[in-house]
Ligand binder design. Structure first.
Ligand SMILES: *Cc1c(COP(=O)(O)O)cnc(C)c1O
Length: 482
């Protein structure tokens, strides 16, 4: 049922594809599991949120990311409703981060996860309540920790022994100032700017559980940079040190097992191992964990055969797992937290490109070049990601043409969609849309070849608004000090 993701580099660049995928029955159809909820064909033309893609291209140019606001908000609500009052949902901002979407997430009742000072500043600028921000990162800068403490960030997920010591130092210093050495007026000021409460501390543990995904995306092997290893005892030691620091407020444990996870099996094993640590913590320190954060990684459909479980089932499954394991271990049930990124931001966005050239290569396939590429979507080149695309500016009754959608960068690996079918009458000037590009595309975009990064435009009820403006050559030149 769940398809495996490609395990390594493929050799289709040097060998003809032996088994090209079968052409779809209908090149014009839009699979609702893959395209934004507000995507339709109206008189053959793709519209999103009631806006015709030809108008979007005319107004904002191409490439452009087009984000369906109702889709994004709807997925936030799906998560909060599915997980219910006994859980908290935090949007992982690294999937796509700008002020508007963080505000939407907050308005829909989600918290926000940040993993750098940059993402933290966006969340603060968006007006997200600092108490609803969780600070992640495997090497948080001292300045970032300082800022997190000063602004009253709700949780910090600690990831190394050095960081525990740094955070203990910063919070001690802060407590010293607010409790004793500082005049009341300053104390009030500190509380007003958010420094009223120290962050609660979650200890990130690596469980050794590997999610169903490509090796470069998984983050829960023991042999990797994130978290404290359970198997080596480092996680037990980290909890010991947090509890020993009087200025640190231990909240519980955190585990993130990977990405593009389609069912709850991996979470089951991870939760089991994390709760074994919770049992040891109770035995050694007499302390129980208030919070259990099982991370993100909820998968989405990029291709017709992708079949992620419904989020209601996932939520029910995770609650059942945690309750059953706590009952078996005699633990109080901690508050559950999940941190979806891709599953919130991914499906509601498409990338709109204009076709520039079409080359029929040795009768193998057509190379369709568009006006963007690896600078706006690195995922195909980075880890063999697969995407669905379609002719967007019109429909066509022409037969399917085996195609590879490529960019305009100076790399033969500059591929956006490796294997796809487009209609044989495709022509320069046509618009092609690539589905499900909302997560880890704009946020991983680069200026390779001095290509400006595209705008992100949101659509809702027939209206459009720019969330991130597109860069210009002047923007890029302005960094150049000559
Ligand atoms: C990346 C990440 C997430 C979000 O992952 P998705 O696959 O986008 O859901 C959540 N939590 C942590 C700690 C992460 O590193």
């Amino acid at each position: 049922m769940h398809r495996a993701h490609p395990a390594g580099p493929r050799h289709a660049d040097v060998l003809p594809a032996e088994h090209p995928p079968a052409p779809p029955a209908d090149l014009n159809s839009l699979d609702p599991a893959i395209w934004p909820r507000g995507a339709r064909r109206v008189d053959g033309v793709l519209t999103i949120g009631g806006v015709d893609v030809r108008d979007l291209a005319g107004q904002y140019g191409t490439p452009a990311f087009v984000l369906d606001e109702e889709d994004f908000r709807g997925r936030c609500r799906d998560f909060t409703q599915a997980f219910g009052d006994q859980a908290a949902v935090f949007y992982a901002a690294k999937a796509f981060c700008c002020r508007a979407v963080l505000r939407w997430a907050a308005e829909e009742g989600l918290g926000v996860d940040v993993c750098t000072g940059g993402e933290l500043e966006v969340a603060l600028a968006a007006g997200v309540d600092p108490a609803m921000i969780t600070m992640h990162g495997s090497n948080k800068l001292l300045s970032e920790l300082e800022r997190a403490v000063a602004t009253g960030v709700g949780h910090v997920v600690v990831d190394s022994f050095e960081e525990i010591a740094r955070l203990a130092y910063l919070t001690e210093e802060r407590d010293g100032l607010t409790a004793g050495g500082r005049p009341a007026a300053d104390r009030n000021a500190a509380e007003k700017d958010g420094a009223g409460r120290p962050p609660r501390v979650l200890v990130r543990v690596t469980t050794g559980v590997e999610a169903h995904t490509h090796e470069f995306v998984a983050t829960a092997h023991d042999d990797q940079k994130f978290g404290f290893s359970l198997s080596s005892g480092a996680a037990d030691e980290a909890v010991r040190r947090v509890l020993a620091a009087p200025s640190l407020d231990f909240a519980g444990l955190h585990s993130h097992i990977g990405s593009q996870i389609y069912d709850t099996a991996g979470f089951d094993v991870a939760a089991h191992r994390v709760l074994e640590l919770a049992v040891r913590i109770r035995a050694e320190h007499g302390v129980h964990i208030d919070e259990l954060d099982l991370g993100g990684g909820f998968g989405i459909a990029y291709m017709p055969e992708d079949d992620p479980a419904d989020i209601k089932e996932v939520a029910q499954g995770l609650h059942d797992i945690v309750r059953a394991q706590c009952a078996a271990a005699g633990l109080e049930v901690p508050r559950l937290t999940v941190e979806p990124g891709r599953a919130i931001a991914g499906p509601g966005t498409v990338t709109l490109y204009e076709v520039g050239t079409i080359k029929d290569v040795d009768g193998l396939r057509s190379y369709v070049s568009v006006d963007g590429g690896m600078s706006d979507n690195i995922r195909t080149a980075l880890y063999g990601a697969e995407y669905t695309c379609a002719l967007a500016s019109r429909e066509s009754a022409a037969p399917p043409m085996l195609s590879r959608l490529v960019g305009r960068h100076c790399e033969s690996g500059d591929i956006v969609v490796r294997d796809t079918y487009l209609p044989a009458d495709l022509a320069p000037g046509d618009l092609v849309a690539v589905a499900a590009t909302g997560a880890y595309c704009r946020s991983m975009a680069s200026n390779y070849n001095h290509v400006p990064r595209p705008p992100v435009v949101t659509v809702r009820d027939g209206a459009t608004r720019v969330l991130l403006r597109g860069e210009t050559h002047e923007d890029l030149l302005s960094l150049d000090e000559g």
